[in-house]
Design a protein around this ligand. Structure first.
Ligand code: NAP
Length: 394
């Protein structure tokens, strides 16, 4: 997943195989990672009639031109004669914020369009390909004759727009979980101290990850212990993110204006999740605040904890399409325990904190037998300074 983000651009005219062209299109797509939500990340590559590299493009920002438009925009009709276009997602058939890409491409002298995935959006699904075929352009879903390459590239194609696919297929918020732990899986001392477990290289990457999701979600304990800013601080990214706080009994709400995050984020970008039955108390507290976050009332489970599925459904209604859960221990554990995490980013530092006086990030998870262990799928491993990061899906 990570190495695919850094494929160097070939010289114009360099011959590429279909597999190389699709991988390059995926690499291009990632360039929009911090700016396209809730649209999908999409990349495109154009090869000439001889299979030589001509151009590439990606969907750069929400509402902006699509990847195919950016890839094709500087090429003449002569250059495009019998050209082969690769796109990670089926070209759109409908007019939305931008004109239909399939209709635009149908007017060009292309020979073939290969796309990675059929668009799950019912306004597109299969129709983009039909528009191209009706114009005499061969339009096909990507496949490789090499079964290993085929599997690998299809996984990469799903991963590059996994949040969008989840949103469309399940009508739910995509949940990523990021935690930093010691080698022995501890995320904080019992005293609450946890800064810093990982090094500056890991932490800079976390700021990139923050920008890839619509909101950062934390539990009340993390606000109380760390008073975090929860914003994006990255030398190359300028993005205002949203913040979600779980505070079932609204214990910290009265301190909202004193919190660092209230000074950094617009109050309307902060979602404070409390139990439905706290309404009366919350209304009273709100009257005492000069600025207040958006309140999300959430159903509770039998034990009184907020029902996280309902919480995510409420966030979906508010327009959020992805969140990155950043702890703390209890919150991370609750999301894992309830099977609500789509992707994990687990940073591990070469230190030992000892379970005697520390907190684990799976403290509420019970695996009765080894048969029940929870698997991380398609795991990938990266290093940041002296830390190690594993990412994968559930
Ligand atoms: N290493 C890391 O990556 C990392 C990241 C973040 C934080 N941390 C550390 O983790 C520690 C905080 O962890 P923590 O477990 O004490 O706090 P936390 O997970 O931040 O917050 C836990 C509290 O949030 C509320 N909460 C969470 N899930 C809930 C649910 N489903 N329903 C209702 N309420 C829910 C509960 O409040 P109520 O008790 O009011 O019900 C719960 O006590 C700190 O030491 C912090 O520094 C480490």
């Amino acid at each position: 997943m990570e190495s695919i983000k850094h494929i160097p651009l070939p010289e114009r005219g360099t011959k590429l195989t279909e597999e190389q062209a699709m991988k390059l299109a995926i690499s291009e797509a990632y360039k929009g990672a911090t700016r396209v939500s809730p649209n999908p990340l999409v990349g495109s590559v154009v090869l000439d009639a001889q299979g030589g590299f001509l151009a590439c493009g990606h969907h750069e920002f929400y509402g902006g031109p699509h990847a195919e438009v950016n890839a094709l925009k500087n090429l003449s009709s002569a250059e495009l004669k019998d050209a082969h276009v690769f796109v990670t997602l089926e070209p759109c058939a409908h007019e939305g914020k931008t004109p239909s890409c399939a209709k635009m491409m149908a007017k060009l002298p292309l020979k073939k369009v290969t796309f990675g995935l059929i668009d799950p959006n019912p306004l597109v699904a299969g129709q983009g390909a039909d528009i191209l075929r009706n114009a005499g352009i061969d339009a096909e879903v990507f496949s490789s004759a090499d079964p290993k390459e085929d599997r690998e590239i299809k996984t990469l194609l799903e991963e590059v727009c996994e949040a969008f696919l989840w949103n469309f297929r399940e009508k739910k918020v995509f949940v990523a979980l990021k935690m930093a732990s010691s080698l022995d899986g501890q995320v904080a001392l019992r005293s609450g101290e946890s800064q810093w477990i990982t090094g500056p290289e890991s932490r800079e990457y976390v700021h990139y990850l923050r920008a890839c999701y619509d909101a950062i979600l934390v539990g009340k304990g993390t606000i109380d212990f760390d008073n975090p800013s929860l914003n994006v601080r990255h030398p190359e990214i300028n993005k205002k993110n949203k913040v979600v706080v779980i505070d079932g009994e609204a214990e910290l709400l009265h301190r909202f204006t004193d919190l660092k995050l209230a000074q950094i984020h617009a109050a309307s970008d902060v979602f404070w999740c409390v139990a439905e039955d706290m309404k009366e108390n919350v209304e009273k507290t709100l009257k005492t605040l000069s600025i207040a976050p958006q309140i999300i009332y959430v159903k509770t489970n039998v034990g009184g904890d907020l029902n996280l599925e309902d919480l995510l459904a409420q966030l979906h209604l508010k327009g959020l399409r992805s969140v990155m859960v950043e702890g703390g221990a209890f919150t991370a554990s609750s999301f894992i325990d309830q099977g609500l995490v789509n992707r994990i980013y687990m940073f591990q530092a070469p230190i030992i904190m000892g379970s005697g006086g520390s907190r684990s990030w799976t403290e509420t998870v019970r695996v009765p037998t080894m048969k029940d262990k929870i698997h991380v799928k398609n795991p990938r491993y990266l290093t940041f300074g002296s830390d190690f990061m594993i990412t994968g899906t559930f």
